[in-house]
Design a protein around this ligand. Structure first.
Ligand SMILES: CNCCCN(C)c1ncc(F)c(N2CC(C(=O)NCc3cnc4ccccn34)C2)n1
Length: 409
């Protein structure tokens, strides 16, 4: 009736208001501005030059008086637990508030302590009186290549404000504070993603989902029974072999790091934006960690050469308000390389091991060469888009998602 129309109008007004405010902040930042789109006279590269370190603001930005900054030491079990609880209750949800990401503590320690990490970039906000952690934002250092230029960047992630403190404009000051702490380490560029449109995406990707446990996915509302489909027909449609099919397919081991590094560095050269991984980075980001990151490779039975690689990370979601299930077990495609085994066959083996490990769904973005297997391996397009952003670095054009060789967690 009328109240529904008024309610949806009110929501639209609210969204447009916050949109105006949001761009108010981003129009003050060195990021591609909407007005510059299409102006290919602007050169590719940094938008602003570095500031002399002596001129970088030495003290933290001011928070509203009842809050204080804190550095979250993820090595501390207690601090890591506080971060875990904040994210578990207040981090990203889908548009219908049916699911919320449930990054595990082990995952957060992995994501936030790569080679060269800065503890000072793990930033929390506490209530002064209660000391309750109510907001969080992080950066980790990463060498990212853009075309032929390798740039030291901060990968910004896990921006989270407690549900009860939304629209207090905490996010802009947290973004400024992590930027200030990144500048203090003489780093002037950053990379981040968001499910929302901000000025100005360097690329926009589509999520795709491959059902592994269709019955549970339909029970919890993640997917719907197809038209003219029965449940038993749907279960049969997504059935996978019990064993992988590629000869020489096996888990990655520590002694594989040099070969996987060579394989991955060579493969990532074809993309416009990609991480510039060395062996230390590969050892951290791609060696398997139970319940966090799974990685497999193909070692030729004849030559013992490592010819292919695939990996996926574990990111469960809390299922909000379902009687029978509390957690959606999701695997997210990470970095994959195929030089001998067809990518379709390699990724089908990845689906098979994900099913063996009892994942409910296997998610993939349409980045790198993923487009070549998504439809054939029965992935369906998701409702979520993921926009990629670079801070203080302009690219000549908006990139196609297939030009992206970077997956953020
Ligand atoms: C690189 N940093 C990304 C972190 C946030 N990432 C992974 C993300 N950002 C925007 C999205 F659109 C998205 N989607 C995964 C797809 C999906 O699974 N959608 C249903 C669903 C299940 N659980 C959740 C939890 C939150 C949102 C959607 N959910 C859509 N993922």
């Amino acid at each position: 009736g009328n109240e529904v129309a008024i309610d949806s109008l009110a929501r639209k007004v609210q969204e447009s208001l916050s949109l105006a405010k949001r761009h108010k902040f981003w129009e003050t930042q060195p990021v591609g501005q909407f007005k510059d789109l299409g102006d290919s006279s602007l050169p590719e590269g940094p938008i602003e030059p570095p500031t002399p370190l002596s001129e970088v603001k030495q003290e933290p930005y001011n928070l509203p008086s009842q809050y204080e900054w804190t550095t979250c030491d993820m090595d501390s079990e207690e601090m890591c637990n506080e971060v875990y609880v904040l994210l578990t209750n207040n981090y990203v949800e889908d548009d219908e508030n049916m699911f919320r990401f449930n990054y595990s503590k082990e995952f957060l320690r992995w994501a936030l302590r790569p080679p060269g990490f800065y503890r000072s970039w793990h930033i929390g906000v506490r209530v002064k009186t209660s000391k309750k952690l109510v907001a969080f934002i992080t950066g980790v250092p990463a060498r990212i290549r853009v075309r032929d230029t390798v740039v030291m960047m901060a990968e910004i992630n896990f921006l989270c404000v407690h549900k009860k403190l939304r629209s207090k404009r905490l996010a802009p000051v947290m973004i400024k504070e992590v930027t200030r702490r990144v500048h203090m380490e003489n780093i002037w560029q950053a990379a981040y993603t968001a499910g929302v449109v901000l000025p100005t995406p360097v690329s926009t990707c589509q999520y795709w989902h491959r059902s592994l446990n269709p019955k549970k996915l339909i029970d919890v509302g993640f997917s719907r029974l197809g038209a003219r489909m029965t449940m038993s027909r749907t279960i049969k449609l997504y059935k996978l072999p019990d064993q992988t099919v590629t000869p020489g397919f096996r888990k990655m081991e520590p002694h594989d790091v040099p070969a996987v590094t060579r394989l991955l560095r060579n493969y990532l050269k074809q993309f416009v934006v990609a991480p510039d991984f060395d062996e230390n980075d590969v050892e951290h980001w791609l060696l398997r960690k139970e319940g966090v990151i799974d990685s497999y490779l193909v070692e030729s039975p004849q030559t013992h050469e490592i010819t292919d690689f695939c990996s996926f990370y574990t990111l469960p979601s809390s299922i909000l308000g379902n009687q029978n299930h509390t957690t959606l077990k999701a695997a997210y495609s990470y970095y994959n390389v195929s030089t001998k085994t067809p990518l379709i066959q390699l990724m089908n083996d990845a689906l098979i091991v994900a099913k063996q490990k009892d994942f409910d769904v296997f998610n993939a973005l349409d980045v790198m060469q993923n487009d070549s297997f998504l439809k054939e391996l029965k992935f369906g397009p998701g409702d979520g888009k993921l926009h990629y952003y670079l801070y203080n670095y302009r690219t000549k054009h908006v990139l196609r998602s297939s030009e992206l060789g970077l997956v953020l967690l």
